[in-house]
Design a protein around this ligand. Structure first.
Ligand code: NAP
Length: 248
């Protein structure tokens, strides 16, 4: 087996570490968006493949036998490419995707970022905490009616809201720290993607404790027909089943 992990998540790093420890032949791939990424154990390649066709060619050239799409739940482009490329190259593919946070009845759900932008526009308050990532900031750039607290890993490169306070940070976060931040910046509305997982969940608890409203962007579904694992352990079992030789 030669396994390619499409990464950029904590789960991808965890899976790579376990496979490397077992002596598996594994290669991790990162998009190269973050300036100083947390690198997985084992060999890593960085940068796009050049679409689904490029990824299919890469799978063939590198002799990849199994593809694990462990990218972020909102990285829909690479997941769609992975599905096409794996089918083209005849390589079994698994989506490793952590479960979404269970919807709280108090949340306002947005089908996509455009709906989240509209929800913020319609909100009569002042302080908004945006945790949707730097690439979605441009969507809020026309909103001069609100004061935005924005938290990203790297500085934004495109258009940003005119009234913005920027914090560079990458978590994990604590409820105590998130509560202090919400209070300090007099936040009344939190906008988040439903990324799931424990790393960034503290803001939701802090928001609930302080009566801060939440606009939650729903995640896109995985490509149709995908085998999906919710945990690293499930992914390891899938790999074991593929090789007929249970790892770990
Ligand atoms: P995207 O929109 O789905 O992908 C855009 C393009 O980036 C892809 O078509 C591909 O380029 C390249 N790419 C993405 N992930 C790659 C990977 N793991 N290895 C090699 N190339 C990759 O993705 P995105 O939302 O920009 O996310 C980029 C990366 O950041 C992903 O790996 C994801 O796991 C991570 N991430 C994303 C988010 C988020 O909120 N979207 C949050 C945390 C981490 P080519 O077409 O040239 O192959």
């Amino acid at each position: 087996m030669r396994i390619l992990i499409l990464g950029g998540t904590g789960e991808a790093r965890e899976l790579a570490a376990l496979l490397v420890a077992q002596g598996a032949d594994v290669l991790s791939s990162l998009a190269g968006r973050v300036r100083a990424p947390r690198l997985p154990d084992g060999p890593v390649r960085v940068g796009g493949f050049g679409g689904a066709g490029g990824l299919a060619a890469f799978l063939r050239e590198e002799g990849i036998t199994h593809l694990i799409d462990a990218t972020h739940p909102f990285a829909g482009g690479i997941s769609a490419n992975a599905a096409l490329a794996a089918a083209d190259a005849g390589v079994p593919r698994l989506v490793l995707r952590r479960p979404a946070w269970p919807a709280d009845p108090s949340w306002q759900l947005a089908a996509d970022m455009a709906e989240a932008v509209a929800a913020v526009r319609a909100w009569p308050g002042d302080g908004v905490f945006l945790t949707t990532g730097r690439r979605d900031l441009a969507a809020f750039a026309a909103d001069d009616a609100h004061r935005f607290l924005v938290r990203t890993v790297d500085p934004p490169e495109g258009a940003v809201p005119p009234r913005m306070t920027l914090i560079l940070d990458r978590g994990p976060y604590t409820v105590r720290g998130e509560s202090a931040l919400l209070r300090e910046h007099r936040i009344g509305l939190l906008v988040s993607k439903n990324s799931g997982g424990p790393m960034t969940a503290a803001k939701l608890r802090a928001a609930a404790d302080l009566g801060v409203q939440v606009v939650m962007v729903r995640r896109p579904p995985p490509p149709p027909g995908s085998a999906v694992a919710a945990t690293v352990a499930e992914a390891l079992r899938w790999i074991g089943g593929q090789s007929g030789d249970q790892p770990g």
